[in-house]
Design a protein around this ligand. Structure first.
Ligand code: SAM
Length: 243
């Protein structure tokens, strides 16, 4: 998405693998709760709307630095195949593309928001046209990527929205090469604040729940580390795919 004013229209069809969002009886909710519900849904699945556009601006302001750090922590090699899940506007894809300088280097992305898929596709149009990047409009659990494809997988602020973390972790494991590295970056303080406003369903935003799902899905050396970069503190979860 360039800086221009967005045209808001409904996504014409549900994305191919989209699950219906939980229905909320909005009539009985107080205004603030309704608003936080709306923002929570847009964070997890931005659509063509004013809130979706504002949320995309928030991703740049709050998350771009996190995305860039996740990329650094992947230790990307020039000929790697790298996959980002839930890439949103595409700042992490952009950072990863700069490191994939070898002839075999390839970048893949998956997002089930049509709005984010199109925004990132615009941002990455040069790499897509050269065949260096392929973006899929898909749910993580149904991504049309062959098994044993990715050397590195990363995602930021994404797993909290998955209704079944074990299914998500199994899907990641499937597409990774043996010994491949997965990195998840998050700002736990911010995530806790969002969770306290009931914007996530259940407890699956907790890193330990996701780490347990990774462990039971064929990952080893699963660990979370605290990191500091410039003015921000964040957490990185690492896992290695064993096959
Ligand atoms: C909070 S946004 C984060 C975007 C970006 N990674 C960042 O940190 O700014 C979550 C993104 O993950 C995508 N997403 C959430 N659940 C997904 C799923 N099950 N499959 C594919 N994409 C998903 C959403 O559409 C959205 O673009």
């Amino acid at each position: 998405m360039s800086g221009g004013a967005p045209r808001f229209q409904q996504e014409p069809h549900p994305p191919p693998h989209q699950r219906p969002l939980a229905d909320t009886n909005v009539q009985h909710l107080p205004l603030l709760e309704m608003l936080s519900n709306k923002v929570g849904k847009q964070l997890g699945h931005p659509t063509y709307s004013l809130t979706g556009w504002l949320v995309s601006k928030f991703f740049k302001w709050h998350n771009q630095i996190l995305e860039e750090n996740a990329v650094k922590l992947c230790n990307i090699q020039p000929n790697d195949t790298v996959l980002e899940l839930g890439h949103g506007p595409g700042f992490g894809l952009q950072a990863a593309a700069q490191l994939l300088t070898g002839p075999e280097g390839k970048l893949l992305g998956v997002d089930y928001s049509q709005y984010m898929h199109e925004m990132a596709s615009k941002r990455m149009k040069e790499q897509i046209s050269r065949g260096k990047a392929v973006l899929y409009y898909s749910d993580v659990v149904a991504m049309p990527i062959e098994e044993n494809t990715a050397d590195k997988v990363f995602h930021c602020n994404c797993y909290y929205f998955w209704p079944d973390l074990k299914a998500g972790a199994r899907a990641i494991h499937r597409v990774m090469k043996p010994g491949g590295i997965m990195v998840t970056a998050l700002r736990l303080d911010s995530v806790k604040k969002v969770a306290s406003k009931n914007m996530f369903s259940g407890e699956s935003w907790r890193p330990e729940v996701y780490m347990e799902a990774l462990q039971s899905s064929g990952f080893t050396d699963v660990r979370m580390e605290n990191k500091r970069e410039k003015l921000i503190t964040f957490q990185a979860i690492f896992a290695t795919a064993v096959k």
